[in-house]
Write a protein of this length. Structure first.
Length: 307
């Protein structure tokens, strides 16, 4: 069972590269990253609802009546993460932002495991765990430095954005843990995923409405949708697979291992995306420093998994 969830977690991380490429195409077609994300979340919610119905487990949603209300709000983390990427990428840069997201994910996952929070089985934080975390963070730093020529300016003005990036990363493992609690409540992974995506869609719709009112942005355009490649619609499906895999894997292999494996899968896939320009993204040379960072990150993940 552990081997299966190890493979699934790596695959889920790799699919995040597909999600990023698909969201980029849909965002261009609609001329709105908020509208694109909202549509992808809606697609994920519908796909999971259909899968839950076909598996005969959709009616388990009735168990929500007996579950604590906050067990159902894990999906809000997706909206927080997406809104943060839209705010942070122009200010910190994509590579630096992603590096900070990963740092937030790793630190939060270790805290969840070490303290046994949100129903996660506690795992003592020993020297080996600290070394593994430092390896993951060191690998992440090397990836950032190997891809970005501009260093982060740690000015007072940027500290708030840096803190937001760390928080945005931290909410993802928290989302997995909260969804895991809902899984224990109603016992149907596909239904839990459906609830999470419905909540994420509603949260994103609210954020989109606020942005439209405050910034007076033009309405999304739909004229370019027919020209979009078919894989531009896969972002919601990739996200659904990721969310369902994470909360299912956490009870089996632990939060830190799950997050580490998804991050590793994401970075491995991103190397190929950048090197060959997959999903119509720009071709970027993959530096030796970045490759060394990915290797160090993988070593840290292996050590976390072995602990």
């Amino acid at each position: 069972m552990e081997s299966l969830f190890t493979l699934l977690s790596l695959s889920a991380g790799g699919l995040l590269a597909v999600q990023a490429g698909a969201n980029t195409q849909l965002s261009k077609a609609l001329n709105s990253p908020f509208a694109a994300t909202l549509l992808q979340l809606l697609i994920g919610a519908i796909a999971l609802a259909i899968a839950a119905h076909l598996s005969g487990t959709l009616m388990s949603i009735a168990g929500l009546r007996h579950a604590p209300w906050w067990h159902a709000v894990g999906g809000t983390a997706s909206a927080i993460y997406v809104v943060s990427t839209i705010l942070l990428f122009p200010r910190l840069g994509a590579v630096v932002s992603v590096g900070l997201f990963i740092a937030g994910q790793v630190l939060a996952s270790v805290a969840l495991d070490g303290l046994g929070l949100l129903g996660v089985s506690p795992k003592p934080i020993g020297v080996a765990t600290i070394i593994a975390v430092l390896a993951v963070l060191g690998g992440t730093a090397a990836i950032v430095l190997g891809q970005s020529k501009a260093a982060i300016e740690f000015s007072v003005a940027r500290l708030g954005w840096i803190a937001l990036a760390l928080l945005a990363g931290a909410v993802l493992p928290v989302q997995g843990a909260v969804n895991g609690l809902l899984h224990a409540d109603i016992g149907a992974p596909l239904t839990v995923g459906t609830v999470s995506f419905v909540v994420a869609t509603l949260s994103m719709a609210f954020a989109f409405l606020i942005v439209m009112l405050l910034t007076r942005q033009p309405a999304p355009q739909i004229g370019q949708l027919p020209r979009m490649p078919w894989w531009g619609w896969l972002g919601g499906l990739a996200g659904a697979f990721y969310v369902t895999t994470v909360f299912s894997a956490i009870p089996v292999i632990g939060t830190a291992a799950t997050v580490g494996l998804t991050v590793a899968g994401q970075q491995i896939a991103s190397v190929f995306v950048d090197r060959y320009g997959w999903f119509r993204l720009p071709v970027r040379e993959v530096s030796a420093t970045r490759l060394a960072g990915v290797a160090l990150l993988l070593a840290g993940v292996v050590l976390i998994k072995a602990i």
